[in-house]
Design a protein around this ligand. Structure first.
Ligand code: IFM
Length: 468
């Protein structure tokens, strides 16, 4: 195994990439905004899911989260002070359309107007994701992603957003990690809406695939000079051993975790030859759907954190393959129990770049959850800085090997609500005390800031802890 985990890249600078390389930070509405029922916002599946005991670590929820709804100015100013020029955030569907369809909530549009306008005023480019997992509960009650009607609901939502924000927002992503919201939300039941089984998963997958293309087409039609992408979770898959059964198990996991959503969008259809159970998706495919799933994305957003080691297993239904947990493999892990494995990001950039039809890749998420240590009012997170440096080194390697990689966004700006895991795994460059909402730039945040603008050090007044 290459020894790429050593923190030996002190000199890495943004300028080593290219002057037009895009650097930013990523977030998502439910994880940061709070204000869950303010100014006409409707209930989303996550507002609902957090209510059930046992769904979220320690009964936590995103009702206040980082209070970004009220503190967006301070957070954007902090980004500016940290030399961050690109901010990826998602729109909350129920802030804009409280019931998913029908009446528009003007307060919702106005909130995002304020965020977008303030970003632009601060010289920060907004990168907007249409859907980062917070489906309107009213639509879930009609079947959510399993109901083919979602094609119309989503098209209408995309249309409202494109028309309203398209004059100022040019960088769009349609979906965030469809494999995660269908897999965790509609197969395993561990994310909202908590549904399980193939009967939910397969229609959800097919409808999300179609919506991915529908959203792209709406944006292309309405937004002049739009730069349109969608984002995929992806991990390098390593067979547990060289046995043919383990290699076969790894191929199946790769098809499911890495290929399921990109391939239909490129006109290649679903990878049913690798995972035969996926053939059952045909039940939900109507004439013309294969063509309707295709869209010429300007970029593909890849979101990489770890790799998976996979072995054959008789006991796992359908797939006959299982992930060997990183905690059982004696490797360095994050607080999510994910292996720290920087070469995975290189492999994923190469893999997605190899598809004919992929025009360009942007890493729209990469980051890590580690324990943060508070020392004399400072937040020291050496492991996160090392993680970012080591992964970035691999991104740089991919770039110098000629892969078409155009940008990189850290997940995430401030600590936030990490879905079923609640607030414990902190991924932020900026620490939040969730009792007081006090923001403190971590040492990783200072490092990123220096990395982005290496000639100017953060002044002491910018090295601040801020109480907003
Ligand atoms: O927090 C999530 C994000 O919402 C989607 N990608 C992975 C992150 C870390 O788990």
């Amino acid at each position: 195994m290459p020894n790429d985990n050593k923190p030996s890249h002190k000199d890495l600078k943004a300028l080593d990439f290219s002057s037009d390389f895009i650097w930013g930070v990523s977030t998502a509405a439910y994880q940061i905004e709070g204000a869950y029922s303010e100014e006409g916002k409707g209930t989303s599946i996550w507002d609902q899911f957090v209510l059930k005991k046992g769904n979220i670590y320690a009964g936590q929820h995103g009702r206040v989260a980082c209070d970004f709804y009220h503190r967006y100015k301070e957070d954007i100013l902090l980004m500016k002070a940290m030399n961050i020029k690109n901010f990826r955030f998602s729109l909350s569907w129920t802030r804009i359309l409280p019931n998913g369809t029908g009446e528009i909530n003007s307060h919702g549009l106005e909130f995002y107007d304020r965020v977008i306008d303030f970003c632009l005023e601060c010289g920060i480019t907004p990168w907007v994701t249409l859907y980062h997992w917070d489906l309107p509960q009213a639509l879930e009650e009609k079947g959510g992603w399993t109901n083919r009607e979602v094609l119309n609901w989503f098209e209408n939502y995309a249309l409202v957003c494109a028309k309203h924000f398209g004059d100022r927002v040019k960088n769009w992503m349609v979906l965030n990690e469809p494999m995660v919201f269908t897999g965790a939300g509609y197969f395993l039941g561990v994310h909202a809406p908590g549904r399980k089984g193939l009967k939910n998963f397969l229609p959800a997958v097919h409808h999300a695939t179609l919506c991915q293309a529908i959203g792209g087409k709406v944006l292309r039609k309405i937004v002049s000079e739009a730069h349109i992408g969608t984002t995929f979770s992806c991990s390098q898959i390593t067979p547990f051993s060289k046995s043919s059964r383990n290699i076969r198990a790894a191929e199946k996991a790769d098809a499911l975790l890495n290929r399921l959503f990109i391939e239909p969008s490129l006109g290649l259809g679903y990878p049913t030859e690798s995972v035969s159970i996926l053939k059952r998706i045909e039940k939900y495919i109507q004439p013309g759907d294969i063509e309707k799933s295709v869209f010429d994305f300007d970029f593909i957003g890849i979101q990489n954190y770890t790799r998976e080691v996979v072995k054959h297993s008789f006991t796992v239904p359908y797939l006959r393959a299982k992930i060997v947990k990183a905690t059982e493999r004696n490797v360095q892990t994050t607080l999510m129990d994910w292996e720290v494995y920087p070469p995975s990001i290189y492999e994923m950039i190469s893999k997605f770049d190899a598809y004919e039809g992929v025009q360009k890749i942007i890493v729209t998420e990469n980051g890590s959850a580690f324990e943060d240590y508070l020392e004399n009012g400072k937040v020291v997170d050496v492991e996160r800085t090392q993680f970012l440096q080591n992964y970035l080194k691999q991104v740089q390697r991919a770039k110098s090997d000629g892969h078409n990689i155009a940008g990189y966004f850290v997940w995430t700006f401030t600590d936030n609500f990490e879905w079923a895991e609640g607030y414990h795994p902190r991924f932020g460059l900026v620490h939040i005390n969730f009792e007081t909402q006090k923001r403190t730039i971590k040492s990783s945040g200072k490092w990123y800031s220096q990395f982005l603008r290496p000639t100017v050090a953060l002044t002491d007044s910018e090295n601040f802890s801020r109480e907003f």
